[in-house]
Design a protein around this ligand. Structure first.
Ligand code: PAP
Length: 330
């Protein structure tokens, strides 16, 4: 059946009978974007995303040199994609060069999502155009990553953000994408879902805790970063990232201001004002500008009631206390 809804808002439309049967037995809740999200292998996502994740699990063959960025949605993925791309490719594309790819491509086109782009809708990705190291990304929780990623020397870079700002960013983003098609979700109803753990790729606490645990157990396999820490100490975190990826900055680079230039190029101010990001679109049809809203820490204070803040504080304390993870600006 054809539908006028964009693909990211479609629910069961276009699914085969076999797929419908598959989803019919999964736990189901009201979705943030499409009508419903389903719980598969412990995380919540749309049927399209789950199918993309399954295809990725079945087909993706990791290489030892691969670098994979993992984030819960709206944690600063776009920012870190730009930093990673510029950092890792700085020999091929020197940062002071006029026609740097970051200047005319959105970071999501430079580092594609595996389950949302490469393996979505039955696509078979062509990796021949990728140079080494391949830079890829995913929102999928650790337990649902393709086995070859876990078995290889592939490096994972994990980025999360304080749950209050992540929630607000996600609420704006999903409403933005729904704007032309359906009603807007109220903050109250979507907040209740978030607190129950029902959010894209959630529960958010499992997502963060699982990668945190991996980063402690295997520090050469998973680097754990936080959005707020990059905001506060950008140079330090960039240096950490470069060292982890085994492409540290040389003394000459440090003296020539390469780090400053990378941070400037990837800053919210620079990226959000580029023509490609103000007027361009991704292959999925989403406008590039939806990935740039405010880029600030603590914006949740403009939206949360005291009750909402206390409720989420309680959940954060309960879920993260034992781990020692401390979120800032909450
Ligand atoms: P995604 O998971 O859908 O790819 P993601 O990039 O993680 O989205 O989240 C977008 C958030 O990062 C937005 O936050 P906000 O809603 O609180 O404003 C966006 O503004 C912010 N962002 C995008 N680019 C940058 C950047 N260069 N520096 C800092 N924040 C950024």
């Amino acid at each position: 059946m054809t539908t006028s809804l964009p693909k990211y808002l479609q629910d069961q439309e276009g699914l085969s009978e076999e797929c419908k049967n598959f989803f019919s037995v999964l736990p189901k809740e009201k979705g943030w974007m499409g009508s419903y999200i389903y719980n598969y292998q412990g995380f919540w996502a749309s049927p399209r995303t789950i199918q993309g994740a399954i295809a990725c699990q079945q087909q993706f063959q990791a290489q030892d040199s691969d670098i994979i960025l993992v984030t819960p949605p709206k944690s600063g993925t776009t920012w870190l994609k730009s930093l990673l791309f510029v950092l890792v490719n700085r020999m091929k594309h020197p940062v002071f060069e006029q026609n740097h790819p970051l200047l005319d491509k959105n970071p999501h086109d430079l580092i594609p999502f595996m389950e949302l782009t490469l393996y979505v809708d039955g696509h078979v990705p062509n990796f021949s155009a990728f140079t080494s190291p391949r830079l890829l990304s995913t929102h999928v929780p650790f337990a649902s990553l393709p086995k070859s990623i876990k078995d290889s020397k592939t490096k994972l870079v994990y980025l999360c953000r304080n749950p209050k700002d992540t929630f607000i960013s996600m609420w704006h983003f999903t409403n933005n994408l729904r704007l032309h098609h359906k009603d807007i979700h109220s903050i109250e109803e979507i907040f209740e879902s978030f607190c129950k753990g029902v959010s894209p790729y959630g529960p958010f606490w499992n997502h963060i805790l699982d990668y945190w645990k991996q980063s402690i157990e295997k520090p050469n396999k998973v680097l754990f970063l936080m959005y707020e820490e990059i905001k506060v100490q950008p140079k330090l975190q960039l240096k950490r990232l470069a060292e982890y990826l085994e492409c540290p900055f040389s003394i000459e680079e440090e003296n020539c201001g390469v780090m400053d230039e990378i941070l400037r190029m990837c800053s919210f101010e620079n990226l959000s004002n580029l023509e490609v990001n103000t007027n361009g679109k991704l292959s999925t049809g989403a406008e590039n500008k939806v990935f740039f809203r405010k880029g600030e820490v603590g914006d949740w204070k403009n939206y949360f009631t005291i009750e909402m803040s206390e409720k989420l504080n309680h959940i954060i304390e309960q879920k993260f206390q034992e781990s020692g993870i401390k979120f800032s600006y909450i």
